[in-house]
Design a protein around this ligand. Structure first.
Ligand SMILES: [Zn+2]
Ligand SMILES: [Zn+2]
Length: 328
């Protein structure tokens, strides 16, 4: 016997009542009648399901979140005569084509069909910050890291060592951090920094095209100024990660995994935050701690994870993050 119209309406009303639209990707998810926010995951993006608002920035200005240490180091870098021409020339003859061949040949390209939930996380980060979709790869590499490069077209590569350690929210944070590099227009300098590092360490450095430009870049001090800037640029992109996850503790827990590795499940997050505040206090008050922190960090591609947490906490504590969230 066909259902009466009133029956159909009430069935639709029940379905409506038991469905939740994902705050991140907009997918409608059916939920059980005892549903509570963040206790189930979205079927599409796999992020915790919630109908709370998620801000998408209409016209985000990079100067609203760029870390002052990033702007200062960038100004020093830009003051070196001939830098842009030299770096563009280096990338033209060496980097971009080799990079694309390498990723297409050795990494897995993420698409709407291939690892779709990772692809959707990239879409969420891009739509939140207002960035065109880059190419996206995942590559077997035990090192816990990710890469953003490409001047003609941006490309983001996540290494398996990173992806395997993180949950879905933390993955969104690292993808958003990488998208932040594109939004903050870091890509030319960042690609050059990573390429110069690779070339300086590679046994084939003497054979690659562009070795004369490379020599020029090293001898004029461009390379060391570039590395100093690249570390500071990371602090801006941690802020971009926060603008996408919209929860400082997701960024904090991601850093805890970077610091504690596979042991992170046994680490107390609140004590980890306390450690970050203690590190910052010592850095601010003790000249010797500051000296060692700066010196030890100078040899790394990224700032220390504890430092990164402390910087994010500072940005939240002094109200700048909330002011930006309220701005548009
Ligand atoms: Zn979703
Ligand atoms: Zn980065």
């Amino acid at each position: 016997m066909p259902k009466k119209d009133s029956d159909k309406q009430s069935t639709a009303a029940v379905a409506e009542r038991y469905s939740v639209r994902c705050r991140y990707c907009g997918q409608k998810n059916s939920v059980k009648d005892d549903y509570k926010n963040n206790q189930a995951n979205c079927g599409k993006c796999k992020l915790p399901l919630s109908n709370e608002p998620h801000k998408k920035f209409a016209d985000l200005n990079k100067h609203d979140y760029i870390h002052p240490a990033d702007s200062k180091a960038l100004a020093a870098l830009r003051a070196i005569p001939g830098i842009d021409t030299a770096l563009r020339q280096l990338l033209k003859v060496t980097g971009e084509s080799a990079m694309r061949v390498m990723f297409m040949a050795s990494a897995v390209k993420i698409t709407p069909e291939q690892c779709p939930d990772l692809y959707v996380k990239l879409q969420i980060a891009c739509t939140t910050l207002g960035v065109d979709m880059p190419d996206f790869f995942i590559q077997q590499n035990p090192v816990v890291n990710a890469f953003t490069g490409g001047v003609d077209k941006s490309v983001i590569v996540l290494w398996t060592g990173l992806v395997e350690r993180l949950n879905d929210e933390e993955l969104l944070a690292v993808i958003a951090h990488e998208v932040g590099h594109i939004h903050a227009e870091h890509v030319l300098y960042l690609t050059a920094a990573r390429l110069i590092e690779a070339l300086m360490n590679a046994s084939v450095a003497a054979l690659v095209p562009g070795k004369d430009i490379l020599k020029f870049i090293v001898s004029t001090g461009i390379s060391s100024a570039l590395m100093a800037w690249a570390r500071r640029a990371e602090l801006s992109c941690d802020r971009a990660a926060l603008l996408v996850t919209q929860d400082p503790h997701v960024v904090g827990r991601t850093m805890m995994k970077l610091a504690g590795g596979t042991y992170a499940s046994k680490i107390d997050y609140d004590l980890f935050l306390e450690q970050a505040r203690e590190f910052q206090k010592n850095y601010d008050e003790k000249g010797l701690d500051r000296f060692w922190a700066d010196l030890l960090n100078a040899g790394l591609t990224h700032p220390f994870p504890i430092w990164r947490v402390s910087e994010i906490l500072k940005w939240v504590d002094d109200g700048q993050y909330q002011a930006l969230m309220n701005k548009q």
